[in-house]
Design a binder for this molecule. Structure first.
Ligand SMILES: Cc1ncc(COP(=O)(O)O)c(C=O)c1O
Length: 390
């Protein structure tokens, strides 16, 4: 997996592209796997989209739902999301606070471009999802990595120190790539930092909020009522409902910020596919028990991965508490890109930990959202490779 093949060239490309080219650590091709290899690299549920959701899209298409919709999203979907998240957050969220976006990715990008100006400092607790740094580079902002403590907790001291001169914090919770679920006391301490710094925004990416294990309490940023106006909440249908290819996400923010985010989003994306939004409305009605059953099946796979990793000498791991990734550290002289290459050469594809921030060096990311048979084979090859490189 290599970076993009274009070369930085200020004569040919925009400054945004040149900045992105210089700083991006994201691989150019995310889906290519050699025949015979086991891919534990993709952040994508292995199951298909629920039948009722597929059926809803087919019916919508057949009934001619193929024209433009409102640019901020289908009013019924905004209303349904406002109701769902009012209930989950214990505060009233109005439909005009919800913007329907082209997947979580476009919601994050629109939020960054609506709220962050060139030169702004943005704090990124890491290891974390690699897209944030790329979007900040495009916006010309100054992304500041704030390394989490070794036990996975937020480095609240550093965040507090940097807060007065920062514009935004971008938090991924539950964490990709770590599977870390930040504890209530960390979230409350973060809220206290934002309260003390009213100019500071929290862009909270909770793409994996529905995938939390072992009955662990999950405190959503939307429940931090004292900083409600400073929170920009991003989520997606991709992971919860196995809808990665449908491209539908949403942002919740104060009415004024939501309008600004929508202005950016519609200027790039226009309105979202009408029949996809019809189907998303049905996805939202997925019974709780079905979501719980899916989480339980990821939990079984997490346990299988943790079991293998805990037996390999030289491997250490913080047990994933949510999402569907494990982020082991491996004692070897190789860096994480070289490690990923060695794993790939032995037929198991994982992602280099350095993609996710400086403290990801020495780690690799394993996605366990794949079937048990492939996972077992992949983990067997993983264990063999670690023994060879340790
Ligand atoms: C933390 C996180 N946020 C956002 C996204 C992007 O979601 P989408 O596919 O809806 O653009 C991903 C996808 O991997 C993710 O892991």
């Amino acid at each position: 997996m290599t970076k993009t093949s274009i070369l930085p060239d200020p004569q040919t490309f925009s400054q945004a592209v040149n900045r992105l080219h210089r700083s991006s650590l994201r691989p150019a091709s995310l889906g290519m796997t050699e025949p015979g290899s086991v891919a534990l690299s993709m952040g994508e549920p292995d199951i298909g989209t629920p039948g009722a959701v597929v059926q809803a899209a087919i019916s919508a298409l057949k009934s001619g739902r193929t024209r433009y919709t409102a640019q901020s999203g289908l009013p019924e979907l905004r209303r349904a999301l406002a109701e769902t998240y009012s209930e989950r957050s214990g505060r009233i969220i109005q439909p005009e606070q919800v913007v329907i976006t082209h997947g979580g990715s476009a919601g994050l990008a629109a939020s960054v471009f609506a709220m962050v100006s060139p030169g702004d400092r943005v704090l990124i607790p890491e290891p974390t999802y690699s897209l944030y740094a790329d979007q900040l580079a495009m916006a010309g902002a100054d992304g500041i990595w704030i390394s989490n403590h070794a036990d996975g907790r937020l480095n609240l001291e550093s965040l507090e120190r940097e807060a007065p001169t920062a514009r935004m914090i971008i938090l991924c919770n539950p964490g990709n790539p770590t599977g870390r679920v930040y504890a209530a006391d960390e979230m409350l301490a973060l809220a206290a930092i934002l309260e003390k710094n009213p100019h500071l925004l929290l862009l909270a990416d909770e793409a994996y909020a529905d995938i939390v294990y072992d009955g662990l309490p999950f405190l959503s940023s939307l429940c931090l009522h004292s900083i409600a106006d400073q929170v920009i909440y991003s989520n997606t249908f991709s992971k919860s409902y196995a809808m990665t290819g449908w491209r539908v996400g949403f942002v919740v923010a104060s009415p004024e910020r939501a309008e600004a985010i929508n202005l950016v989003h519609r200027s790039i994306n226009g309105s979202l596919n009408t029949f996809v939004q019809d189907a998303a409305l049905i996805a939202l009605q997925t019974p709780e028990k079905d979501l719980a059953a899916l989480t339980e099946s990821y939990r079984e796979r997490r346990d299988a991965v943790v079991d293998v990793l805990s037996r390999i000498p030289g491997v250490s791991l913080l047990k994933p508490q949510g999402a569907f990734y494990a982020f082991p550290k491996i004692a070897t002289k190789l860096n994480s890109v070289q490690m990923a290459e060695r794993f790939a050469a032995n037929g198991v594809i994982v992602r280099a930990g350095s993609e996710y921030g400086p403290s990801g060096e020495g780690h690799v990311r394993i996605s366990f959202a794949t079937d048990m048979e492939s996972l077992n084979e992949g983990m067997k090859r993983f264990a063999e490779t670690v023994q060879a490189i340790a």
